[in-house]
Design a binder for this molecule. Structure first.
Ligand SMILES: Nc1ncnc2c1ncn2[C@@H]1O[C@H](COP(=O)(O)OP(=O)(O)O)[C@@H](O)[C@H]1O
Ligand SMILES: [Mg+2]
Length: 581
């Protein structure tokens, strides 16, 4: 490929709306162009990378026994009504009408369509297992599209769906996908971690996210450096930090804490460690009648240690909060606590409140909490003596670095990650809703056991950049670089020798299947090098009259501090050797 026959469009500055490095660099390298919020054209340079990611994904999926098909972008509402997702999914689901006023959606994912295919096509146990996948455009009307292709509204996903006879077979399909994902992300040249994730209403322990490690990642991933424990922050279990509850040693005392409403400020004012304080969070649940009007509201007080944070996913697993909870309104709080937020606590309530204590809080003694009176806190608070034991004790907080690992094999560490893939055991959620059955050996219909497996193809491109860049630009892993090698001749249009040497190297590398680009644009060397460093091509060869005079060319890897002088006669073999290393 010659640059003059390709399309290169680099920018010195990134547009102001680009917040993260991958978005900035993709814009500057001319990989994507914005059309609307979260909607991008993939320009030729970007599309080359996307296609390389797709090719690796496709090869490994095929190797794992998955079968490619392609399901439509536009899907009739009826299927989504069958599973209830037409109503359950909020504005994230893009709904459209056709000329007959019929409802359709633009697919955010394809469980309904694949289950519809399966229930028609997979009739006998002899046809199972099957795993179908496609690489298709998705649309999710994200509340906050941002970070370029990392959280787009329109994006490309590989989504796969497995169908099995029973739970054990579904487990094997799941494990095959985990192995395929490991192969994919290794081949992509990325540093990643597979972490256990929450399974929501499905239950069980078969949900893993594949996270690309990057400081800029949106997700906190928890792992134990001394064992193989790894989970996302929603799931990672927080053990109690106290072995048992010490006996009360202080009297209950009301302490003035004027204008100190945070645990940190209260602890500082009282000269106590923040670990002695307890934070109050007030939730509410509503019981509804058949027409959806509220018949009863329960107010809940959740208590976590002052330096800890509530984990809403965990809170949602507490009995009584499972169906749905919300944060209590200001009026509900004043009614139950007789006080505004900032000084709330579990003692001296005006009306009954359900109290849920985090495991650590339940073992604290002589602690500090709000007095339910503005500008006052209570110190020396003790369970059983000053207030009843909590109604419920549960893990409701986020773990923090240094907490004991739930497997008992060390302490937890936290790093940031970008979720690029997700494998999920679905059970019979969709097969039941859509009556997708097969006939077993006895001719009896049985529900199919399903799994779904996504990889964000376009997000993976962004994540690769978040992980691999420097101040000059992108540093692609060779497997997904838009070009593996760039040949940069100096004076291509002036020097017959330079032109001949550059053409020859280009043709020789291209002939053995290497993705090589010859920059024949006639740019000044500085501008030419800056472009290719920005675009992130991993290997560069510079040819000039000065070097050729001594039979030499200059090679520089994208991560190399300096160029290496290489004899022109050895150039091809040298570059091929570098590509292999
Ligand atoms: N808005 C988005 N933009 C780009 N990629 C996305 C987006 N939402 C999801 N993905 C990708 O698709 C994969 C599968 O999505 P899924 O797990 O169903 O979504 P979510 O984690 O948002 O519930 C994710 O791991 C991610 O790589
Ligand atoms: Mg996910």
């Amino acid at each position: 490929m010659k640059a003059s026959q390709f399309f290169i469009s680099t920018l010195k500055e990134a547009p102001a709306d680009a917040e993260v490095v991958s978005h900035k660099l993709m814009m500057r390298a001319g990989m994507i162009k914005r059309l609307g919020a979260g909607i991008y054209s993939y320009l030729p340079m970007g599309l080359r990378v996307i296609r390389k990611v797709e090719a690796i994904v496709r090869e490994e999926m095929n190797k794992a026994g998955a079968i490619e098909l392609l399901m439509p972008l536009v899907q009739p509402a009826e299927l989504w009504q069958e599973t209830g997702r037409w109503d359950k999914m909020g504005p994230e689901l893009l709904r459209v009408k056709d000329r007959h006023d019929r409802d359709f959606i633009i697919q955010p994912t394809s469980e309904e369509v694949i289950t519809d295919i399966a229930r028609q096509e997979l009739r006998s146990y002899r046809q199972l297992p099957k795993n179908f996948y496609h690489i298709q455009t998705k649309f999710r009307d994200e509340r906050r599209p941002r970070f370029g292709v990392m959280r787009g509204r329109e994006f490309t996903m590989k989504d796969a769906y497995s169908f099995d006879r029973d739970v054990a077979a579904a487990g094997r399909s799941y494990e095959a996908m985990v192995a395929a994902y490991n192969a994919i992300f290794s081949r992509l040249g990325l540093q990643y971690r597979a972490v256990a994730a929450d399974t929501g209403a499905i239950g069980g322990d078969r949900s893993h996210e594949f996270q690309v490690i990057a400081d800029t990642g949106e997700d906190a991933i928890v792992y134990c450096p001394d064992s193989d424990y790894a989970a996302n922050i929603e799931l990672a279990e927080a053990l109690p930090l106290l072995a048992d509850r010490a006996a009360a040693s202080q009297a209950l005392t009301k302490a003035p804490t004027p204008a100190k409403s945070t645990c940190a400020d209260v602890a500082a004012l009282l000269g106590l460690p923040i670990e002695r304080t307890v934070k109050s969070l007030v939730l509410a649940t509503d019981e509804l009648d058949d027409d959806g009007s509220i018949t009863k509201t329960t107010v809940w007080l959740l208590l976590v240690r002052g330096d800890h944070e509530l984990n809403e996913v965990k809170a949602g697993k507490v009995d009584g909060l499972k169906a749905a909870f919300r944060f209590a309104t200001g009026a509900e709080i004043e009614h139950h606590f007789g006080c505004k937020p900032g000084y709330l606590g579990p003692i001296g309530l005006q009306h009954p409140v359900k109290i849920v204590a985090d495991r650590t809080v339940a073992r604290m003694s002589d602690f500090v909490c709000g007095a339910n009176e503005a500008d006052f806190h209570l110190t020396g608070v003790n369970w059983g003596r000053d207030l009843p034991e909590p109604d419920i004790v549960a893990d409701i907080r986020n773990v923090v670095a240094g907490d004991p690992s739930p497997d008992g094999r060390g302490v937890l560490a936290i790093q940031r990650g970008i979720e690029v893939g997700h494998v999920f055991y679905l059970g019979t959620k969709y097969s039941q809703a859509m009556n997708a059955t097969y006939l077993d050996e006895n001719g009896k219909p049985q529900l199919m056991e399903m799994g779904c497996y996504g990889i964000g193809v376009t997000r993976t491109v962004g994540a690769a950049i978040e992980q691999n860049h420097d101040e000059r630009g992108i540093v692609w892993p060779t497997s997904i670089a838009p070009f593996s090698v760039v040949v940069c001749p100096i004076g291509y249009d002036r020097s017959a020798d330079v032109k001949a040497a550059a053409d020859q190297l280009h043709d020789e590398l291209a002939a053995v299947g290497i993705d090589v680009l010859l920059d024949d644009r006639g740019e000044r060397p500085g501008a030419m090098f800056a472009d290719w460093e920005l675009i992130g091509v991993p290997h560069r060869v510079v040819l000039s009259d000065r070097g050729l005079k001594d039979g030499k060319a200059e090679y520089q890897g994208r991560r190399d501090a300096q160029a290496t002088s290489v004899a022109v006669a050895d150039l091809k073999a040298f570059v091929i050797g570098r590509l292999a290393s």
